[in-house]
Design a protein around this ligand. Structure first.
Ligand SMILES: *Cc1c(COP(=O)(O)O)cnc(C)c1O
Length: 338
């Protein structure tokens, strides 16, 4: 393998900047379980404003944020409507069943992962003597498995309105919501306008070493704080890790560069034999491969380009702040020569 692999496996592989490391060292801290960490408090109030909610909660991971939301919004034994390819359904160890005792009812979104209002109406079950009742609709933006699609605010609003008409709350898994906001050129809060809670990761394209945010009403976040403790996510001098998170908030606009790099990567991959990229909407490039994905990726790794398998003949490459335009061009040169 070449000396210096270009790591396109995920936008989670970024290393914190020197400024983030300094901010961590110098952060004013206190015991956050007593709500005495000024850095965490600052981060929570800034993210609440950014996302257009009354309050926000700092959580160790996106997964925990989604799981807390499911637990807070629902009662044991209800159903959650989820998109079939969504992260909460595919990649969180069946957590809705384990942590909230929900039965999930997957629905097939369109090829961009958009769930329609009609699908929510069809999937909805009313509680009666036999049926558990629908307790939650969960959306995802950008939609990871569909290739980082940036779902329009109007599409989010429409499905959320349908859920609310049925009396069902809506949680938005916005792990990469900032990518969606930049791609759609709207403020973050426009994309959360119709939903009851949102999770957003600071540790993906925004470059923080750790941490995600869960936002909602004051009452929701009060309950979420109790559930975070229950799930073992109550943290003490968390300002040490929240301080880089505050700096990560300054990286929202920069995501546009990742999106341009993804477009360059996809255009270049189009010229590589045996691989057919899909047009990226944000920083995720999915590509169909003639060879099995694992074999194709092994060849890529051999020449110093890393990606992940997404299906038998589907691979994913993700651009991020540790990958420059020059790195993307180098990656394409290496793949062309493989
Ligand atoms: C990464 C991701 C998560 C989970 O975040 P972690 O911090 O890795 O737990 C949730 N949803 C989506 C769409 C993701 O891409």
């Amino acid at each position: 393998m070449s000396e210096d692999p270009i790591d396109l496996r995920s936008d989670t592989v970024t290393r914190p900047s020197d400024a983030m490391r300094e901010a961590a060292r110098d952060a004013p801290v206190g015991d956050d379980v007593y709500r005495e960490d000024p850095t965490v408090n600052d981060l929570e109030s800034r993210v609440a404003d950014l996302l257009g909610f009354e309050a926000a909660l700092y959580v160790p991971s996106g997964t925990m944020g989604n799981q807390i939301a499911a637990r807070v919004h629902t009662e044991r034994g209800q159903e959650a409507i989820v998109e079939r390819e969504s992260h909460v359904y595919k990649w969180e160890l069946g957590g809705f069943a384990q942590h909230a005792q929900l039965q999930v009812r997957p629905v097939d979104g369109d090829d961009r992962g958009v769930v329609s209002p009609a699908q929510v109406h069809e999937a909805y079950v009313e509680a009666d003597g036999h049926r558990p009742g629908t307790g939650l609709v969960c959306l995802e933006n950008t939609h990871n498995s569909k290739g980082g699609t940036a779902i329009a605010a109007t599409d989010v609003d429409a499905v959320a309105d349908a859920a609310h008409d049925l009396g069902v709350p809506v949680h938005l898994d916005g792990a990469r919501l900032a990518n969606a906001a930049v791609a759609l050129d709207v403020p973050l809060h426009r994309l959360t306008h119709g939903v009851d809670s949102t999770m957003m990761c600071l540790s993906k394209g925004l470059g923080a070493p750790v941490g995600s945010m869960l936002a909602g009403s004051e009452a929701f976040v009060e309950d979420a704080r109790r559930v975070r403790k229950l799930f073992g996510g109550g943290m003490r001098q968390a300002g040490m890790i929240a301080a880089p998170g505050l700096l990560a908030l300054e990286n929202v606009e920069r995501l546009g560069e990742d999106h341009e790099n993804a477009a360059v990567l996809a255009a270049g991959l189009d010229d590589v034999p045996g691989v057919r990229p899909f047009d990226p909407e944000t920083n995720i490039v999915l590509a169909a491969t003639d060879d099995p994905a694992e074999a194709f990726l092994a060849e890529c790794a051999e020449v110093g380009v890393l990606g992940v398998p997404f299906d038998d003949h589907l691979v994913r490459f993700v651009t991020h702040w540790d990958v420059s335009r020059a790195n993307v061009e180098t990656a394409l040169d290496r793949l062309a020569g493989r």
